[in-house]
Structure formats: C-alpha cells, structure tokens
Design a protein around this ligand. Sequence first.
Ligand SMILES: [Zn+2]
Length: 378
Amino acid sequence: MKIPALIDCHVHFREPGLTHKADMETESAAAFAGGVHTVCEMPNTNPPATSVEAFQDKVERAKRIKNVDVRFFFGITELPHLEGLRAVWADPALRARCCGVKIYFDHSTGNQGASADVIAEAFRVCGELDIPLVAHCEDAHMNDEAKRVVTQDIGGSGVALHSLHRPPGSEAQAIEHAIRLARQHGTPFHVAHLSTMQGIDLVRGAKAEGLRITCEVAPHHLFLSTQDYGTLGTLGKMNPPLREADHQRVLWEGIADGTVDCISTDHAPHTLQEKQIDNPLDAPSGVPGVETMLPLLLTVAAGGWPHPRGERCIESFTIDDIVRLCFANPNRIFRLGKDGSDVITIDSDAQWAITANQLHSKCGWTPYEGWKVRGKVV
Ligand SMILES: [Zn+2]
C-alpha cells in the first residue's frame, strides 16, 4: 500500500561540528530508508543555529541533500538571538527553511539551557510573530535537586539512576510554566518528547481550554521503560529519561484520545564509544530512531507489539493513525506545506528483525537490536 512519505519533526543530524556522531548525508539516508522524507532538525549543533549566519550555513549545507527535505529550528539561548530570529523570519528564503523555534528549559546536548527571562521573551516574540515554539520541558532546578538527594541517599553509579535524577515532576513543572507563558502571549506552543502521565494531563487540559498547544511523543518512550535499563545500559540513556511502565501506558492513551499530536523520534545519535564510557551516568544522552519509527509503528498497526517482552499498550491503532501522527499533524503544526503527493510504498506483511548493521545512521547501533517487526518500506 501507499501512504504519504513521513515527517519526523524532531531530529538531531549533528552537522556542523559534531560530524563524528552523524552528518546530514548519513542521517538523511537513514531517514529515507525509514520512509521519512521530511525532517525538522534541532539547533544544538556546533556552532548552534542561534544566529542568522549559523542558520544560513545549515540551509546551505542541506542543499546537497536531494531525497530528504531538511528544515531547521532556530535556537534561542540568549536575548540577542531573538534579533537573529526576527532577521530569519523577515527573509523569505530563510523563513521557508525555518520550521520554528526550539528552546530548552534544561541543559541537554550542547548546553542550550536558557534562563527564565530569555524563555519568557522567546514566548512573547513567537506569540507576536506567530512562530511555532517547541520546548524541551524539564525543570533544571528540580533535576538538580533530585540528583543531589539521590546521590546523597542512594549513591551508586548505575545508569538507572538517570531516571531518578530527572523525575516526572520536573517535566510537569516545566510544561505548566510553558503553558502559562503560551496563555499569556498567545504563542503556538509544542511540547517536545512528552514522556509522563502528568504531561499528558496538562496538555489535555490546555487543549480543553482552547490554547494553541500541541505535543509529540518519541518511540523510545512508547516502547521502552525503566525495565529496559538492564538490557540496554547506557544505550537506554536519553532526556527526558526512560519512565516507569505506567507512564508508557498513559502516552498510548494520549495517542488514542488525540491528546498526542505527533510521534517524532528525537533521533540523537552518539558513537558507541561515547555511550560506553566508564561511568554510565557520564554517557551522553540520546538514541537514534529515525529509521526504525515506521517499522515499530507498523508492527502495532498489524496487531502486534515489537518489544520482545513488552505488552501491547493500545487496543486500536491503524495505518491511518500513523499518517495522522507522522504526516498530517506535523505538516500542519510546523506549516511544512507538504501536499502528500510524495508517497512511500509499504509491504505491511514483511517480517524482519531490526539489526544495526542494516541501518544507515553513522552511529552504528540501535536500542531495538533484534526486535522482530512487521511492515517495511519497499
Ligand atoms: Zn532532541
């Protein structure tokens, strides 16, 4: 069967500056092989896409990528970056490549955390110019405090502590803060990689209130939980972290009732060497996912479940849901202007096992190694 080529509205392709992990060519090949022909790439490269020059450089680099349409988020970590944003938005050629603004409430790869006044000003300007604003929602102070208490009371160095260092309440606090700002400034606001039941409740409430709020969830939060640290080790370390299985079930409820608008991968490759550092808690956060999203979801649409030990979390899920979550909604939210005429052909009966050596990302590993899936891009 044929469906529109998918959109992944949250990827990190690491170019420029971090190309030992990944680059636009390798990761676009991974996207294309996974049925994803449009991606929205995040600003935490080196240099970060927080100035007109850095943004323009990424747009120029993307011109050599022919089979994947790479759009870019503009990053805001300091007040002067908002002037750069205004300049990009005023330039038709650059604006056409800009899918919105990304801000971080907490530090992740690239130390892009912004202070409260910068965050508030970004919501105000994006409200004024009607620019989609995406936020990584974790409260930096709550995370710092949780880490301090856990280190003092429990100690140890196991990677599972990562989930205790970044508790669900931290995400809820940041989303609440963001919703207040979006309400105040009329900002079109999108929650990145929402991972908790509290987050789902907050977004559901904000939508009921009529605010312009949308959200995405990532395959690793839909298919993995803290129970997977034993198998994955640091390959299961990402931000926000893996959650207890009860959160995972509520994310699927959010998909079923329409609270969740998009599934996007937060494709964030690091090398195996970087991941397999001596102290697990020092390993960089992030997992690849752009090539494996569609087969994982097609397996659910075929009535199965890809996790070798996991239980199915949703009753009814169809290929139409995949098209809604991974094409129609991100296309609308980020105004990508896709008409659906670029299609992919799917063999929904093909059964195969995911193995990293068949995948195209430069990083050479996947958290879904050996998983049996049903459905493949032809
Ligand atoms: Zn990300």
